[in-house]
Ligand binder design. Structure first.
Ligand SMILES: Nc1ncnc2c1ncn2[C@@H]1O[C@H](COP(=O)(O)OP(=O)(O)OP(=O)(O)O)[C@@H](O)[C@H]1O
Ligand SMILES: [Mg+2]
Length: 467
């Protein structure tokens, strides 16, 4: 149906949203288009319309390098120009090395250690010969110096700039010509050219765009530190995540001083790699063997715990899957999953009840991947089901046992990818038995002393696991 034509009213555009660019006739506390609060501002005068979304653009004749040309005619970038990252765990998450002209957003909760991580990285890059500019919009140069001393960061060449003005940061980038620029943080960077206070959607978006433009031209690699809101989103416009090449989340891993860094977007590498660190008085220490750390917190064998060799990017991590099945206090039974897929938990409980004859109807069931890890793989089905069964029967699983397998609705076990690597990692950490779907167990070469048991169904696997 054709849209009804609206009667013409007063001219639009007295106000506009600094986040999404929507023009409005009246001021509003919340943009009706992008639903962001406090983004609607008065439109700039005619003489200064540069940040209006619908600004006119006068096309000019493009130079031969700027014009569209066949892919084959575009010279390949020099791989050697990539900046080597001297922190191996950070390099793993970044996908190897830093691409010149790329932008990486590192987001995390207040106090998680973002500045510590990036100051350490900047110092190590600088010590390895890459000119590095660390622009701190939040701390003074003296505070940064103090932190550097605590971290034992002593590279004399690291350039520190304690300014929050965008123009100052851009000017110092041009003057010093760094290979890597760190801006800590993008929410505190501010320019009088754009409307709103520091941290407002418009400021964050425009400052990030200006910094990204700058490094695309200069060939430097850019790190932007980003704050996270109460509900875990990166503060500022959602579009920030589209503007950068890589988004890394820096978060606590389990209790205490452990941290994890993982990529949620990466234009130049995988997104399933995770790096682990320990926060100490002298800075962050990389943990190259996270399985040992994750297993170290395990303690005595107890009901409701199963070890799962999970895929974490290019390596296998041994993760404890925990479940607690207890009679529901009254009425509706609760089912909750942390770090695991809640829908799969519901499905598994139905399969356990129907195929395994387990009495779960009146039970609360809580499931958790220990260490604060996210375990989205279907291969976690079997260890999760085994943890639930073990909790329900109040009997620990067989000692030295690991499990992996996807469970189908019929209770059958389906093959898991990279079974041999999972077996090798379990064997390396002293596990004596691993239960896998029969199809996966068949082709696996023996590793160490570990016994590989193939099971066709969930019921068969549970019989062996709880024997
Ligand atoms: N002397 C110290 N010993 C051990 N840990 C310390 C010490 N000083 C700071 N820390 C740790 O460093 C954390 C702060 O790190 P950092 O300032 O890098 O965090 P941030 O994410 O940049 O915080 P913000 O969001 O405030 O900028 C503290 O929460 C604490 O865990
Ligand atoms: Mg900080």
């Amino acid at each position: 149906m054709a849209k009804a034509k609206l009667p013409s009213g007063p001219a639009k555009g007295a106000f506009f949203c600094s986040g999404c660019g929507t023009e409005l006739m009246h001021w509003a506390g919340r943009c009706p288009e992008c639903k962001e609060w406090d983004t609607v501002v008065a439109a700039p005068s005619e003489s200064n319309r540069s940040y209006r979304s619908n600004r006119t653009y006068e096309a000019r004749a493009l130079s031969p390098e700027e014009q569209a040309r066949p892919l084959a005619d575009i010279p390949e970038p020099d791989i050697a120009a990539r900046v080597r990252v001297p922190m191996p765990e950070v390099a793993r998450v970044l996908g190897g090395a830093l691409v010149p002209g790329s932008a990486v957003l590192v987001a995390g909760d207040p106090g998680v250690g973002k500045s510590t991580l990036l100051l350490e990285l900047a110092e190590k890059l600088s010590a390895a010969g890459s000119r590095c500019l660390y622009a701190s919009a939040e701390e003074s140069a003296a505070q940064t110096r103090l932190r550097a001393r605590r971290l034992g960061a002593a590279s004399p060449g690291l350039l520190v700039l304690a300014r929050s003005g965008l123009e100052d940061i851009l000017a110092e980038c041009r003057r010093t010509g760094p290979a890597v620029v760190v801006v800590d943080s993008i929410q505190m960077t501010w320019s009088p050219e754009y409307p709103g206070a520091a941290g407002s959607v418009g400021q964050v978006r425009q400052c990030a765009a200006a910094l990204i433009r700058e490094v695309k031209e200069s060939g430097a690699a850019l790190f932007l530190v980003g704050h996270v809101t109460k509900d875990g989103a990166i503060a500022g416009p959602r579009v920030l995540e589209h503007m950068v090449d890589t988004v890394l989340h820096f978060e606590p891993a389990g209790q205490g001083a452990y941290r994890q860094l993982r990529a949620v977007k990466n234009r130049f590498g995988p997104t399933d790699e995770v790096a682990f660190f320990e926060m100490t008085g002298t800075g962050l220490i990389e943990i190259p063997e996270p399985s040992a750390l994750l297993l170290g917190e395990r303690g005595e064998a107890r009901p409701g715990a199963a070890i799962f060799p999970a895929l974490g990017g290019s390596r296998v991590l041994l993760v404890e899957i925990q479940a607690l099945a207890a009679p529901a206090a009254e009425g509706y039974a609760h089912r909750r999953a942390a770090g695991l897929d809640a829908n799969r938990l519901h499905m598994l409980l139905a399969v356990l009840a129907r195929r395994g004859g387990m009495q779960l109807a009146g039970c609360d069931v809580f499931a958790n991947a220990a260490g604060g890890l996210e375990v989205p793989e279907p291969a976690a089905d079997l260890p999760l089901a085994a943890a639930v069964a073990s909790s329900l029967r109040e009997r620990p699983l067989a000692a030295g046992l690991a499990l992996a397998g996807e469970v189908g609705l019929g209770g059958e076990l389906r093959a898991v990818p990279r079974a041999a690597e999972r077996v090798r990692e379990a064997a390396r950490h002293g596990f004596r038995t691993i239960i896998l779907p029969r199809a996966s167990a068949r082709g696996v070469a023996p590793a160490g002393d570990i016994q590989v048991i193939g099971a066709a169904s969930l019921v068969e696997a549970l019989d062996k696991a709880l024997a």
